[in-house]
Design a protein around this ligand. Structure first.
Ligand code: CO8
Length: 258
């Protein structure tokens, strides 16, 4: 891969989008590589939590690649939008939590990539925006849908209609990000949170993600029935046996084995 770096450390998978010459903008190639990277992470059962970041401290991702989009027509534009939506939905549905570590600009497709992750940690120099209408297009990688679900329709419409950027503190205030940290400690903070998640029972964490995602799309009774079913499934896992036995025997559990 040319524009994506995959690393692994202590059950944490790290995907870095690295096209510094274009502030990590997503072109066809990068989206295809990201798709393959997500597949690789999904297939690695030794990875329990994932971090997605951008190379350098200036940008997470400065959007979809404008120089490639400039000459697209209705067909290639639709295909490009569909590829982005395919990859971001795959991230959203990945069977392990994904943390976006957002250092610098997260604009257009970059903001949309962050929105498809479970948790967003921003550096204090981060800037978020959906500037598509200033370029004659709509958000095309899920922005009109996920932004409204995360920050509410009023704020989402303001950001999308004005195309104006907001800073990290405003993103925190409206619930777009979970946490803002000094830019020097962004990677450490993301690793710390990922390690905390990866230290919990992987099957339970995976089922929590599935239950929250599924429940947000259906009525409360269906959602609660789904929660009961995943709760029940946990009792088939060795993790549950080990963790509860350790608690009752007042000893520290050394780790989960699934
Ligand atoms: N695409 C391509 N190249 C980019 C992009 C981008 N999105 N962003 C930055 N670059 C390139 C610049 O062209 C420049 O290249 P070069 O050095 O060769 O001139 C290099 O990165 C550095 O950028 P700047 O010199 O502009 O750096 P500044 O610090 O002056 O500005 C900004 C940083 C403010 C981030 C500025 O680069 C900018 O405004 N970038 C564009 C941001 C943007 O509008 N993003 C949204 C794009 S639209 C989108 O994402 C739609 C997603 C859905 C698509 C669905 C398709 C159907």
């Amino acid at each position: 891969m040319e524009n994506i770096i995959i690393e692994k450390s202590n059950h944490i998978g790290i995907i870095t989008i690295s096209r510094p010459q274009a502030l990590n903008a997503l072109n066809w190639q990068t989206l295809r590589e990201l798709d393959a990277a997500v597949d690789a992470i999904e297939n690695d059962k030794d990875i329990y939590c994932v971090i997605i970041g951008g190379a350098g401290d200036k940008a997470f991702v400065a959007g979809a690649d404008i120089s490639e989009m400039k000459d697209m027509d209705v067909f290639s534009g639709s295909d490009f939008g569909a590829l982005g939506n395919w990859v971001f939905r795959k991230i959203e549905l990945l069977d392990k939590p994904v943390i976006a570590a957002i250092g610098g600009y997260a604009l257009g497709g970059g903001c949309e990539l962050a929105l498809s992750c479970d948790i967003r940690i921003a550096s204090d120099n981060a800037k978020f925006g959906q500037p598509e209408v200033s370029l004659g297009i709509t958000p095309g990688f899920g922005g009109t849908q996920r932004l409204a679900r995360i920050v509410g329709t009023g704020k989402a419409k303001e950001m999308i209609y004005t195309g104006a950027n907001i800073d990290a503190q405003e993103a925190l205030r409206i619930g777009l990000v979970n946490k803002v940290v000094p830019k020097e400690s962004l990677n450490d903070e993301a690793m710390k949170m990922a390690a905390k998640i990866a230290g919990n029972a992987p099957i339970a964490v995976k089922l929590c993600k599935a239950a929250i995602n599924y429940g947000m799309q259906c009525d409360i009774d269906t959602a609660l029935a789904y929660e009961s079913s995943v709760f029940g499934q946990c009792f088939a896992s060795q993790d549950q046996k080990d963790a509860m036995t350790a608690f009752v025997e007042k000893r520290k559990l050394e780790g989960f084995n699934n």
